[in-house]
Design a protein around this ligand. Sequence first.
Ligand code: SAH
Length: 380
Amino acid sequence: MSSLAHAEKFAPPAEPATARRNLIGLSRQELEAEMAGLGEKPFRARQLWHWIYHRGVADFAEMTTLSKAFRARLAETYCLARPEASLDQLSSDGTRKWLLRFADGQEAECVFIPDEERGTLCVSSQVGCTLTCRFCHTGTQRLVRNLSAAEIVGQVMLARDCLGEWPTPSGEERRITNIVLMGMGEPLYNFDNVAQAMRIVMDGEGISISKRRITLSTAGVVPMMERCGRELDVNLAVSLHAVTDEIRDVIVPLNKKYPLAALLEACRAYPGAHNARRITFEYVMLKDVNDGAEQAHALVALLRDLPAKVNLIPFNPWPGAPYATSEPATVKAFSDILFEAGISAPIRRPRGRDIMAACGQLKSASERQRKRETETTATA
Ligand code: SAH
């Protein structure tokens, strides 16, 4: 399916005509058009933008630079709706995961990963995922739809609400310093909404997270990669996971459509990739599948002419997963081979495994619950 056909088939639901329109997720131009519709000048949109994205207010009544009458009028016509957090879990390592419930009852997850020198918010781009990577729990979820721009930027706003981060503190005090599009879904299959949300997040008069601190991770939707670099210019991460088409076809089925040679060519052509800003290649370590020393040497050869770094991710297990986690010594040996060849290849420490918040473990709880219910009915 083309990216366009995908966008149509999995489109988020339209807002009901009777509902108050959500201002969150609108671009600056769209917000200006709304204000023009109310007979207001463009600077009103700028004032609103400041209240919504810099101060984070969720209630028009708090917008004290606007007249009371105008605030009341806004509240009649619009809302500032974030997704609802139907579950809020804290891991023993400080990782925090929210299960988000959207207006139509669909759900996705969002994870905050605090570190000494940074705080990373892992954002979802879809409810579920169409890709069915064999090692990924999200890929077993049948329910799929794209998230709207409002639902994507709403994850950042909800996280800031819950972390008590409004109004925007100075850079040093921020808890969310980085954003990774590595939650549920394939962001390049929902590029328009992801791009609109990231432009809002990057806007200097609002949430103001720089493109240097945003990383989009793709399983390799080759035809969309150039556009992503040109229009968004964020950091790129590529879920490589294998050094031969034979293995990658099995673990990342998208490889059958866009094989390794085409994927690496798209990486070489990625706008903005250079030595100071390397592409991250993610490599999940699956025991006896892709973790051998000869595969590490083959990886070095594949990445030879690319500005690359590698993230080695020990496989995060989930119930019923068909793989096992590589032995720590095997992962270390793999990493050493890459380092010796001059490629940075840190081993990622799993975070939030106890609350199923680690890479590839996300799957909405309601989906699990539903599945349990169907199984119980089936056996009854
Ligand atoms: N669809 C995008 C982003 C979501 S996945 C992509 O494929 O890149 C984010 C990262 O987690 C990817 O590198 C993915 O391959 C990895 N991942 C998925 N399942 C995993 C698991 N069980 N253990 C470790 N990493 C996993």
